[in-house]
Design a protein around this ligand. Structure first.
Ligand code: NAD
Length: 487
């Protein structure tokens, strides 16, 4: 098995087949370090979306009527196929996203967990027998699939962010039409289709439509697609919510963050610096759960800044496919230049760079910044690069006030030697997720992952939250004996 199966080249995946798009457009897939084009995906057109929707409409009712055991077997089969193809996925993810092998391994393990948990979910979409105010009435609330789910995903964790939608949605009897990011159409789309092909999923239930804005917009506006699950930037999420709102379409939005890591003066210094470095630098800071703000109590601030800068300086940066390094290339030059511009702006406003601060081709050195202004874009916006800005606060109250002073609300962490102090403080933080004594990047297949404010809308990903996401409730009554009405 090579890095890219021949069938995927210049292809989409609809109605159970890899095939060329109707108008023959393509998307070059680059190795993010070398810029070599190592694969070519097909570019879906509106006509391809129509064909995929028609196939999904045909296939979905019969799928929802399959037994839960049959649906679960397909999901377990996809997990087995992923294990068989693990090396292929590892190489793909490293090259398509520019990450280290450890991050690719994490994605493969997390995607396998999503499949296995979803297999269990197939039997857990239970309803209720309700008390009824009508004598002789049998009243039920049952779970029914949403129908056709459109999934739009980003490039940073293409396998797992796709799988956390695809697996539970299929388990619960839906069909899924996936539009991966044009940066990662293979590990985020075509390779996933191969897993379900290997597992024997019937045609039409999972389809991959690589493309960019136009394909995404068509999924959002298509009248037969009942729900959009979007993971990506707050800006695009807002546009999707506006369009979907006009159409009264169900949406679930997993968006950006500007997450705080709070370091209290009783925290262990070495642990704090290690957690701080991981929270801001892993995968070049390109995750929604990266720490973009380090809020540090004065008593530990100087020592923490120095320890974090030393860790940043010790990280090697380079081609993650060919070298043993800690960080790889940025996803593209637009992201790199945006972050470098935000850093330069902060410096012009008085911020001091105490580690990194330089770029070289696609590489951005891990960077630590002090004396940051609270109004600087580097502090108020999602950076999406390996930059750790540090702000000093006096006490717990100020730490909470500064952390909550953001329109986002995805995840925060608190580091302290006093666990109860950490819990008290954590419960005052306005975010969908809070961790005490650990890094901001955390995700588990069973945990309710998601944000509030500008970080998300809709439900949560993970565990039984997925039942709320990917089913509707139906009230069903059966009345015994003749009913009586006035006319
Ligand atoms: P993006 O918003 O630019 O794109 C995401 C997806 O939407 C891509 O597939 C893109 O092609 C598509 N798209 C773009 N414009 C569209 C439109 N008008 N209509 C429909 N689809 C459209 O995001 P990105 O740069 O790929 O990813 C980075 C962003 O994703 C960051 O903001 C990050 O915080 C966020 N993210 C959030 C989570 C989460 O779970 N909360 C996870 C990962 C990434």
């Amino acid at each position: 098995m090579g890095t890219v199966d021949e069938a995927w080249q210049e292809s989409l995946f609809t109605n159970g087949h890899f095939h060329r798009p109707s108008a023959g457009g393509t998307i070059p897939v680059r190795d993010k370090a070398s810029a070599e084009i190592f694969a070519v995906a097909g570019l879906a057109t509106e006509a391809d979306v129509e064909l995929a929707v028609a196939a999904a409409r045909t296939a979905q009712p019969a799928w929802s009527e399959r037994t839960y055991a049959e649906r679960a077997a397909v999901l377990r089969g996809a997990a087995a196929a992923l294990a068989d193809r693990a090396k292929q996925f590892r190489d793909l993810i490293i090259r398509e996203t520019g990450c280290i092998g450890g991050k690719a391994d994490y994605e493969i393990g997390a995607a396998a967990s999503e499949l296995v948990e979803a297999a269990g979910l197939a039997s857990r979409a239970t309803g209720e027998v309700l008390p009824s105010g009508h004598a002789g009435r049998f009243s039920l609330s049952e779970r029914v699939p949403v129908g056709l789910v459109g999934a739009i995903t980003p490039w940073n964790f293409p396998l797992v962010l796709g799988m956390r939608v695809i697996a539970p949605a299929l388990a619960l009897g839906n069909a899924v039409l996936l539009k991966p990011s044009p940066e990662t159409p293979v590990s985020g789309g075509l390779a996933i289709a191969a897993l379900f092909e290997d597992a024997g999923l019937p045609a039409g239930l999972f389809q991959v439509l690589p493309g960019d804005v136009e394909v995404g917009q068509r999924l959002v506006t298509h009248p037969d697609i009942a729900m959009i699950h979007f993971t990506g930037s707050t800006k695009v999420g807002r546009q999707i919510a506006q369009t979907a709102g006009g159409l009264l379409k169900k949406v679930s939005l997993e968006l950006g963050g500007n997450n705080a890591l709070i370091i209290l003066d009783d925290a262990d210094l070495d642990q704090a610096a290690m957690i701080g470095a991981w929270s801001s630098f892993h995968y070049q800071g390109q995750t929604c759960i990266t720490a973009g703000r380090h809020i540090v109590q004065r008593g530990i601030a100087d020592a923490y800044a120095a320890a974090l800068a030393a860790r940043a300086d010790a990280i090697s940066v380079g081609n993650t496919f060919t070298e043993d390094v800690g960080l790889g290339p940025m996803i593209n030059s637009v992201q790199l230049e945006r972050a470098a511009g935000m850093l330069a702006e902060a410096v012009s406003e008085g911020a001091a760079v105490i580690a990194g601060g330089t770029t070289d081709g696609p590489y951005f050195r891990p960077t630590v910044v002090r004396e940051i202004s609270r109004s600087s874009r580097l502090w108020t916006d999602e950076i999406f690069a390996p930059v750790a800005p540090i702000l000093v606060v006096e006490d717990d109250d100020e730490a909470v006030a500064v952390a909550n002073d953001t329109e986002y609300g995805l995840v925060n962490s608190v580091l302290t030697g006093d666990t109860y102090r950490g819990i008290r403080l954590a419960r005052r933080l306005r975010a969908g997720m809070v961790h005490v004594n650990d890094a901001t990047p955390q995700d588990e297949a069973l945990a309710p992952f998601g944000g509030i404010g500008q970080s998300g809308l809709g439900g949560r990903s993970g565990g039984d939250s997925n039942i709320e996401e990917f089913t509707e409730r139906r009230w069903l009554t059966v009345t015994e004996g003749p009913a009586h009405y006035p006319y």
